[in-house]
Design a protein around this ligand. Structure first.
Ligand SMILES: [Fe+2]
Ligand SMILES: [Fe+2]
Length: 249
């Protein structure tokens, strides 16, 4: 049996808490009104990072029920799951520092939400559509966090800016890994990609409520529809490129 993997996901383990350990509440100099204005969007980012865990648990359930995933996909999942939880820990620390809420209380609130994957059932039934969805989603997150960098740098401690730069770099790696698995394992289905990505985009633009699924938590000014359309166009273009290699996002 050939056990050579066709694509091994890249990963770069690090610790959000190590980076943010030097920050204390007194270091945050952002004015109170600006803090309040950004509370909701920080909370949403914190939740979607945590919700990668919900999505992984859903995939484990589907796997136990008979859905097959390639070794290449599991290598992506392992690196991705670890990174997103590390991002969640960083957002949790930052939120606690900025809004005087204990990390235990944040964890309690975040984990008490119940995910609903029913609206995306058709995307979770096979590895190919899942990879396309992840490529699109991670590229959107990469571009959104890139826009957020000046905000994090304005909070009052340089470690916070360094932290979001590392988070953004992970999201870019997740995008490249999703493209890598797609090309390595599903090259025979690439002709289907534009239609599936267009379906993904319409689900994202039309989704009403976000229900703790990690997928399609794209609300607010850093996720304008033009940016989301641009992400679909980039993924299609990268998959169609001869000897394709994931572009820098
Ligand atoms: Fe993340
Ligand atoms: Fe990610």
């Amino acid at each position: 049996m050939n056990t050579t993997m066709l694509y091994e996901s890249k990963s770069r383990p690090w610790s959000s808490l190590d980076v943010l350990r030097v920050v204390s509440p007194g270091d945050i100099t952002l004015p109170a009104d600006e803090r309040a204005a950004n509370a909701e969007s920080l909370w949403e980012d914190l939740c979607s990072e945590y919700d990668a865990e919900n999505l992984c648990l859903e995939l484990e359930r589907r796997h136990a029920a008979g859905l097959d995933f390639s070794e290449e996909f599991w290598s992506l999942e392992k690196a991705w799951r670890r990174d997103e939880f590390n991002h969640y820990l960083g957002f949790r620390r930052l939120y606690s520092l900025m809004y005087d809420l204990s990390e235990d209380e944040i964890a309690r609130r975040v984990s008490s939400r119940v995910p609903n994957f029913a609206p995306f059932d058709d995307l979770l039934r096979d590895e190919f559509t899942l990879c396309l969805m992840l490529a699109y989603d991670e590229l959107a997150t990469t571009r959104s966090y890139a826009q957020d960098i000046p905000f994090y740098r304005s909070l009052g401690h340089p470690a916070i800016g360094e932290w979001i730069v590392q988070v953004r770099a992970d999201e870019a790696l997740h995008y490249r890994n999703a493209v890598g698995v797609t090309l390595a394992r599903h090259a025979d289905r690439l002709a289907e990609a534009p239609a599936i990505l267009s379906h993904i985009l319409s689900l994202d633009l039309g989704s009403a409520a976000y229900e703790a699924t990690f997928i399609f938590d794209h609300k607010g000014p850093t996720f304008p529809p033009e940016m989301l359309r641009g992400c679909v166009a980039t993924v299609i273009e990268v998959l169609q490129r001869p000897q394709a290699d994931a572009d820098s996002p």
